[in-house]
Ligand binder design. Structure first.
Ligand code: PNS
Length: 164
């Protein structure tokens, strides 16, 4: 059984993330979408909300499950029998940082990192941009699943109402 992990913050999950997860699911026996829950960055959605959205988004793929992790990704991989970390590369600008993380991770344990080129349709897509565009009223309906759009719209309205 070859198990891979697709790690990330997923704040929130986009169609670009899902493209990578779906393709990882065709390459490995099992894929765990691992949501980093302990990063210091301010998040729009709590870890439980990010996980719930991913579970809904990945429900149709029988060999994909969603989990949260704290601490080092490599520790999660060792403790969960994960053989490979799958990362999407949108452009050469992603490469430097991703290569550095891949090399650090492989120095910590013998897990491999597999880079998957993002589909051209999603090469400009990032959760941070989706949030920014949606905050200023732009149309992001083609970039995230409909239920994510609903939650995003509601969360941004709550933030506006509370001045956050
Ligand atoms: O969606 P992101 O923010 O690019 O996800 C980054 C993530 C969560 C995959 C990365 O920050 C990570 O692996 N964090 C866990 C802590 C860790 O292992 N750090 C060492 C990386 S070499």
């Amino acid at each position: 059984m070859r198990r891979a992990v697709c790690p990330g913050s997923f704040d929130p999950v986009t169609n670009g993330h899902l493209d990578i997860v779906q393709r990882a699911a065709s390459l490995f026996d099992e894929v765990v979408v691992a949501v980093g829950v302990n990063k210091s960055k301010n998040r729009l959605f709590e870890a439980e909300e990010r996980i719930a959205m991913l579970e809904e988004a990945c429900a149709e793929w029988s060999n994909v499950r969603v989990d949260g992790f704290t601490g080092l990704l490599t520790t999660y991989c060792v403790e969960n029998g994960v053989h490979a970390i799958v990362k999407g590369l949108r452009a050469v600008s992603d490469f430097d940082y991703e290569l550095q993380m891949a090399q650090m991770n492989s120095s910590l344990t013998d897990v491999e990192t597999v880079f998957v080129p993002t589909s051209p349709a999603w090469s400009f897509l990032a959760s941070s941009l989706v949030k920014e565009v949606a905050t200023f009223g732009g149309d992001v309906s083609g970039l995230v699943p409909p239920f994510v759009l609903e939650r995003l719209t509601a969360r941004l309205a709550e933030r506006r109402a509370t001045g956050g």
